[in-house]
Design a protein around this ligand. Structure first.
Ligand code: NDP
Length: 329
């Protein structure tokens, strides 16, 4: 077997970060305490940014890919043995730590979550950071007090990765779910995941009244910008919004009225540095609350060789659901 393996490496070319395939060997990898043979990764929005010249990597060269599922090959930590199946989500992969688009990855044992029995490695990457973040959003809403009896819950960016998984989880838990999408052609798909009504992306991306008609008991927002501001104005008295994304913008042109007159709570959700106890709980809850048939509908599997051509598509909002990347292909 060859000593080298293929990886997607971001390097500085003409002053700009540029991603391409390179052959690496194990001695090129950083020195962390666990060596993992990566079976699957995923394509998240952040991966799309990193692969299309976005400044995600904070040092170069950088192996891209923020999520991995694979088998331990060598471990300096007695808690993990060769053959153990593990997941890493975030923890700076593709930003400050070499990431997942590589047959081997050297990672810190502190970052490892054991693959839950409920999922194969491919299914774990079908969930990936986007799906695990969707679970963190639902946990944030419910920890704050949301229940299915409070009313309809809105999911923005519905046909994307976070949105699709959030809809499937909320529907399984018995919530009535409204999907906000810019792609009417995805309505059948979103209904099959459990959405029961639809809002257009356009309607929410327009400036709304700071205190509009009360419509939603809660919301999972992966869009940000004007959409998040408009949604805040439509939340019912005492409701909650879990905000995790910026697919529509990183600003927040909102008013304080929903907070101070309607007792609305805006809940920030970060997956990258989420503490280990919360990650473990999210993966445990995904095993309870994410139906396998919904996960199958959400997922497409592509070889690693496709990842550079898929990246611009996720940034353009053209990917539906989740993309799994098969590292060996
Ligand atoms: P996807 O590209 O899969 O989904 C984003 C969806 O947002 C699209 O499918 C589209 O949905 C909608 N959208 C795209 N562009 C626009 C736009 N200009 N205006 C309004 N809506 C738009 O990405 P992910 O689901 O992987 O990630 C979603 C967001 O969440 C990203 O910003 C990502 O960075 C963030 N994120 C944050 C995490 C965290 O830790 N906080 C972790 C994971 C993701 P539709 O076609 O249905 O309208």
């Amino acid at each position: 077997m060859s000593d080298t393996f293929r990886a997607v490496v971001i390097e500085e070319i003409d002053g700009k970060p540029k991603a391409g395939f390179k052959e690496l060997s194990k001695k090129d990898l950083p020195q962390n305490d666990v060596l993992v043979e990566v079976a699957y990764s995923t394509l998240n929005y952040k991966d799309g940014l990193a692969l299309t010249g976005g400044r995600i990597a904070r040092k170069l060269p950088m192996v891209a890919g923020i999520d991995l599922a694979g088998s331990v090959v060598m471990s300096g930590n007695p808690d993990f043995k060769p053959g153990d199946k593990v997941i890493v989500n975030g923890y700076g992969l593709s930003e400050t730590q070499w990431g997942a688009y590589s047959r081997f990855a050297s990672v810190k044992s502190d970052w490892l979550v054991r693959l839950p029995d409920a999922f194969s490695m491919q299914e774990a990457m079908a969930i990936g950071t986007a799906g695990y973040t969707a679970m963190l959003c639902v946990m944030a809403l419910e920890d704050a007090g949301l229940t299915k009896d409070d009313g309809e819950v809105l999911v923005t960016g519905a046909a994307g990765g976070v949105g699709s998984v959030a809809i499937a989880i909320l529907a399984r838990k018995g919530y009535k779910v409204a999907a906000a999408t810019g792609r009417p052609e995805t309505h059948d798909y979103l209904s099959s995941l459990g959405a029961s009504s639809f809002v257009t992306r356009k309607e929410l991306s327009q400036k709304g009244a700071p205190m509009a008609k009360e419509r939603w008991a809660g919301a999972v927002d992966s869009v940000g910008g004007q959409t998040l501001a408009t949604v805040l104005g439509q939340i019912k008295y005492g409701g909650y919004v879990a905000a995790c994304g910026l697919a529509g913008g990183n600003d927040l042109p909102a008013s304080v009225f929903p907070f101070i007159l309607r007792n609305v709570s805006l809940l920030g959700v970060d997956s990258v540095m989420a503490p280990m106890h919360r990650r473990k709980r999210a993966w445990w809850q995904l095993a309870q609350d994410l139906p396998k048939d919904a996960l199958a509908k959400i997922t497409e599997v592509h070889p690693l060789s496709d990842v550079l051509s898929l990246a611009p598509k996720i940034i353009a909002g053209q990917i539906r659901g989740r993309v799994v990347i098969d590292i060996a292909k």
